[in-house]
Structure formats: structure tokens, C-alpha cells
Ligand binder design. Sequence first.
Ligand code: PMV
Length: 296
Amino acid sequence: MGHGCGKVILLGEHAVVHGVPAIAAGIDRGADAEVDRATDTELSIGEVRVIPGDGSELGRALSALLAELGAGSVSVRATTCLPVGCGLGSSAALAVAIARAVQALDGDASSERTLAAATAWERVFHGNPSGIDTAAAAQGGCIWFTKASGPEPLRLGLPFTLAVAVAGPAASTRSMVESVARIAERRPEVFQKSLAGIEALVKNARIALEAGDLTGLGRLMDLNQMLLSGLMVSTEEIEFACRLARSAGALGAKLTGAGGGGCVIALVESDPEPVLAAWRAQGLTCFSTHVGAKKE
Ligand code: PMV
């Protein structure tokens, strides 16, 4: 049995691909996997069934993960309660859950090997991932992440609650990352200014998180959302969901992950219900999650 947690990026998505730090948090929803040795390798995720070599991305990802672990043939049954491709790291959570379950067959609990296997899987979907999704899925908690140095756990001054909504159909992370790369190429000066702005916000957010300053953190999230809109990764639906959340009392709201659709996160002072109710009234699928100690 293996588990990988979902994640939200609190600040710094996209910029993290270009070397800027980002802050992510593991969430309590995630993925689980059970693995048995078998004559032929197969993977089922609910109704979906794939085998290596069937031409699917999932099949290729599974092959890459198993090759990285040097594993023989296995039968994998995985489940996830994360919406797929919405910026909550469902693919990384699955990869970490499967890698851990495969490793457990040999009593191997090496987290380096888990990360290497999950990264091999993620490359199939994302081309050139920064690694933040797999790090958050493997580690949980709140992390500071740079492409160069990897994850560093953050000590929170206060636990906090996020409301999460699916603001629109998912976009491919690969194509969103490529569209930001095109902006970087065509307008390098403007892009470098955006990166510098995001870096300042992320660094201040670390200070706010460590001090338990949720009001400050919320403002920084709003500003990060503005800069993400400037990188053309926001949508009308994302902006609408953010506005609803702020009107319902959220301290800050932004997209999380690659954007172009997918999820929005809203930081709340304590009770997520007013934000969730505002979203539900507009037909949005949503839930809340705690980061740090649970509040129940
Ligand atoms: O996989 P997503 O949608 O959570 O996005 C990952 C975050 C990006 O910064 C957009 C890409 C990356 O590899 O860091």
C-alpha cells in the first residue's frame, strides 16, 4: 500500500520553472495504490485500465516509473479523490502512491527512489517539470521549493484553512508552461520583471507564513494572482471564482498550479463555509482543506 498527497501551490507556480522559489502545501486529499507481483504489468485507476506499450501517456508513465525502480511485472490498483488535471497534483500523488507501493514489495522505503520514480512518471506528462508537485506529494506539509535545491520544510506560525474550487475545465500543464516560455522568449524584459515581482511576493509569503500573518499572506496571494494574469495563465472563470471568494470574506484568492482552467484556492481566516457557499451557489465544485494542524 502506498499513499501520495495532493498539493496546492500557495505562491510561485510557473515562476518556479524559471528558477524562482515557490511555496506548496500538501493537502489531506490524495491517492492510494496497492501493488502485487504479477505475470504481466497492468494499472487500473477506477474504471481506467492501462498496460505499458498500449500507446497511452499513462502506460508510458507507468513504464518509466517501473524502469526507474528496476521493478519486475506488477499489478497496480490505484484510487484518487483528487480532481484530475486541475492543479491539485493528482498525477504526482498517483506517482508517489504507486512508487511507494512498488518499493514496499521489497521493503524499500527510500524517499530518494520514490522521488526519482515519480519524476520519471511526471516527465511523460509535463515534459520539464520543476519537481514541486512530486516533492509536495511525497513530503506533505508546507514546503519551500526551488528547482536548484529541491524542497525545504517550512515551519508555520499558524495552521490555516484553504477553500478550493474547480473554477473550470483543466488545461494541460505542459501547454501552459510552454505558453509562459513563449512570453519569456518574446518579451524577455517584461517577463524578467514579472519573475522578480513573483520572487519578492514568495519571499514575503514565507515571512508571513512563519509569523502566522494570514492577512499578509492573503494580500500576497492576491498580488501573485495579478502577476499570473499578466502571464496570461488566468481565465474569466478563475477571476470570477477569486472575486466571489474575496467578496465572501476570503483573505486572498488565486489560481493554483498551471492555470488556464482548473482550481482556485482562497485563504480564509477560520471558517471556510461562507466562501464555499458562495461558490456552491454558482454551481462550482469545492471543498476545504487544512494546512498544518487539523482544526477539528
Ligand atoms: O501540475 P500543476 O498544474 O499543479 O502545475 C505545476 C506547477 C507549474 O509551475 C505550472 C509547473 C511546474 O513544473 O512547476
